[in-house]
Design a protein around this ligand. Structure first.
Ligand code: CDP
Length: 242
């Protein structure tokens, strides 16, 4: 892990607002943002494209070994929706990996131990680049256990389902509320009960409950936590002099 930069790990269940906040903080502080869910989604996209059974660990493992995933930040990342682009073997899959079909299958693939092991190195390598904010399910517990700041996001089930439903409708997907609910709860169940690197709050993580807070309030709460960290004392964060 890099010694000079500040490393922030964010974990939490589905649709809890990790990505939105991580992108906002990264933009404010000029940090590198790494969305590890996008990596699992990208693999899932390729698995489905190649009609491989989502339970076939060996075939998926071969596919992962033969896949190049890259993440590129947009130059002008004012628009949070187009913050970065994800490429699988050179093909831009940024939009496609958010499709409900990926939601339905990703956790099945993400629970396979061989696949998780293969993806550890890629994630740690990405984290070596300096000031970073990485989000996922096992970042504080497994991928970056020495992160400077660990945050664990929570929000009520109802709030999370509402947020994801609205997000999908806004994107133009014809989804049913009950179907979104079922899929989110199912994904949480698989992610938190799997044997290897389950979704878990690291012992030293700070809990951020966003149920009754808007994005700005959560952002301020996180910036305050960062400002108290010794690596940041006396420095300027965004427009705030600490
Ligand atoms: O955006 P959302 O919260 O719906 O999910 P995501 O962060 O894009 O992650 C999609 C899925 O990838 C999760 O439901 C997990 O199954 C898996 N994942 C994981 O296992 N470990 C991570 N570090 C990140 C994601």
């Amino acid at each position: 892990m890099n010694k000079n930069g500040l490393v922030i790990a964010i974990d939490g269940p589905a649709a809890v607002g990790k990505s939105t906040l991580a992108k906002l903080i990264a933009r404010e502080l000029n940090f590198l943002y790494i969305d590890t869910g996008a990596i699992y989604r990208a693999i899932t996209w390729k698995v489905l494209k190649n009609s491989i059974n989502v339970n076939n660990e060996n075939n998926i493992s071969d596919l992962v070994a033969d896949t190049c995933i890259t993440i590129e930040k947009e130059n002008s990342s004012h628009n949070l929706k187009n913050y970065h682009h994800i490429f699988v073997d050179g093909e831009d899959v940024t939009e496609e990996i958010r499709h409900p079909e990926i939601d339905r299958n990703v956790s099945q693939i993400a629970k396979l131990p061989k696949i998780r092991k293969q993806l550890i190195h890629l994630q740690r390598r990405l984290a070596e680049k300096g000031n970073i904010i990485m989000e996922g399910r096992d970042i504080g517990s497994v991928i970056l256990p020495k992160a400077d700041i660990k945050l664990y996001f929570t929000a009520s089930e109802e709030e999370r389902i509402k947020r994801r439903y609205t997000e999908l409708i806004d994107k133009g997907y014809d989804v049913d509320y009950e179907e979104v609910k079922k899929q989110i709860l199912q994904r949480d169940e698989i992610d938190s009960k799997r044997k290897h690197a389950p979704l878990i709050k690291a012992k030293d993580a700070i809990v951020i409950d966003s149920t009754k807070k808007n994005v700005e309030e959560v952002k301020d709460e996180i910036l305050k936590i960062i400002s108290r960290h010794k690596k940041y004392r006396g420095k300027q964060i965004g427009n705030n002099i600490i």
